[in-house]
Each structure stands twice: as structure tokens, then as C-alpha cells.
Design a protein around this ligand. Structure first.
Ligand SMILES: *Cc1c(COP(=O)(O)O)cnc(C)c1O
Length: 220
């Protein structure tokens, strides 16, 4: 299957209102260009160096989402490239984004990453800490909370991830219904190649898909 075919098939099967973010890690610019021609309008990047490379060639022809863990010393570069940072999981990181965006005269859309399975070694905010964090981040003038993102646990059967998607959606609705100032709960980013259909059933409106578009990743 070609990238073109894969993109067109997946796009035509997504329900209205669900955004496809093409997870671009390890893919070269020609692959990304093919994806754009087939209809991709947003890429997810995990690494700043790859994002810089792709952005320098493709620029603002598409939207750029940061979907990897963002180190604070990479934030200055990140705010120049990304339209949305999906992986905010601490006040310190949010403050750094806020500071760098102030200097650039922009406001960054962010999602808070939820560690929905409460796994010790994983990035993301524990579900029970999320509301307190939102109440602090919402005070920052150059950061705009737009929703939640979760990876879910690493399980061979995607059906087993469903409860974690459901929990994240419940959290999303709860926050949305609390109408916090400067918080617009618009996006719920959940699901990857093998789980995006389940994630959509559970309320995702951003899906991050790599392998199902580009094929298996080559080992680096
Ligand atoms: C790689 C990646 C994806 C896409 O994974 P696939 O299984 O290739 O679809 C989604 N989200 C994040 C955060 C990723 O790093």
C-alpha cells in the first residue's frame, strides 16, 4: 500500500470533526510531501531536530503538533515551529512555553498529557492531579489550554486500552463542564494506528497515526 492510498483511505473513513495528525517520526521529507498531497494537513513530531528539518522544508503548508516529550531546553525552538504542543505535563514546562511565547509575541495552544493508566515510568499528569495543574496553567497569558492528550498503556490488544480512553474522556468532560477561565476544552487527542478507531468511539477528535499511513518504521 502506498502512502497516498493509506492517507486517502483513512481520511475518507474518519468521522466528520476528527482531525488526523500524521505521526512523522523517522519519515523523510518526500514521504511527508506525499502525505500532504494525499490530504494530510497536520504532522505530529516527537523530536525537535526532526521537526526543525521538516519545518525548514515544508514550513506553514501544514500544521505542526509536538507529540513527544518536550524538554525545557528545547522549548525556545519548539515555540518557533509548533502550532500546538500536545504534551504539557508540568507547570514548569508550561511556564517555559509561556515565557518563550511572550518573547515571540504568540499564544501557544496546548493539550495536557494525561498518564491515564497511572504508570510510574510514563510521562503525563496523573488523572487526580490534572485539575489542580489546569488551575495554575490557565493563569498564564501566552499559553492556551485546548484539551487533553493521552497515550494509554502499551498493550498488545488495543481493546484493552479502551478503559483508559474512556477515563480520559470523562476527565475531559468534567473539566469542560467546569468552565474555567482561559480554558477551551476543544480537543481530545487519543489513539494511534492500532487503536484510533477505538479512541474515536470513546470520544477522540484528534488521532495520531504513523504506521498505518507510512508503513512500518525502519529501525534506526
Ligand atoms: C509514534 C507515535 C504515534 C503513532 O504511532 P503509530 O503506532 O505509528 O501509529 C502516536 N502518538 C505518539 C505520541 C507517537 O510517538
Amino acid at each position: 500500500m502506498s502512502i497516498t492510498r493509506n492517507v486517502k483511505t483513512i481520511l475518507s473513513n474518519l468521522p466528520h470533526g476528527v482531525m488526523l495528525v500524521a505521526a512523522a517520526k523517522t519519515r523523510n521529507v518526500d514521504e511527508l510531501k506525499e502525505a500532504i498531497l494525499a490530504g494530510v494537513i497536520a504532522f505530529g513530531e516527537n523530536y525537535i531536530q526532526e521537526a526543525e528539518q521538516a519545518y525548514s522544508e515544508l514550513g506553514d503548508a501544514v500544521r505542526w503538533h509536538c507529540i513527544g516529550h518536550l524538554q525545557r531546553n528545547k522549548v525556545k525552538k519548539a515555540v518557533q515551529i509548533f502550532d500546538m504542543i500536545e504534551t504539557v505535563d508540568s507547570l514548569a514546562l508550561a511556564k517555559e512555553i509561556d515565557k518563550r511565547c511572550k518573547a515571540e509575541g504568540k499564544i501557544m495552544d496546548v493539550l495536557l498529557e494525561v498518564n491515564s493508566a497511572c504508570e510510574g515510568q510514563k510521562n503525563g499528569v496523573m488523572p487526580h492531579d490534572i485539575k489542580a495543574l489546569i488551575h495554575e496553567i490557565c493563569l498564564l497569558g501566552n499559553v492556551k489550554i485546548k484539551g487533553l492528550m493521552t497515550m494509554g498503556p502499551w498493550l498488545d490488544d488495543p481493546e484493552k486500552i479502551r478503559p483508559y480512553f474512556r477515563l480520559t474522556k470523562e476527565l475531559f468532560d468534567e473539566i469542560k463542564n467546569s468552565h474555567i477561565d482561559n480554558v477551551e476544552m476543544e480537543y481530545l487527542s487519543m489513539g494511534m494506528s492500532d487503536s484510533y478507531k477505538i479512541a474515536i468511539e470513546e470520544g477522540a477528535n484528534i488521532v495520531r497515526v504513523g504506521t498505518a499511513l507510512f508503513g512500518e518504521r525502519k529501525l534506526l
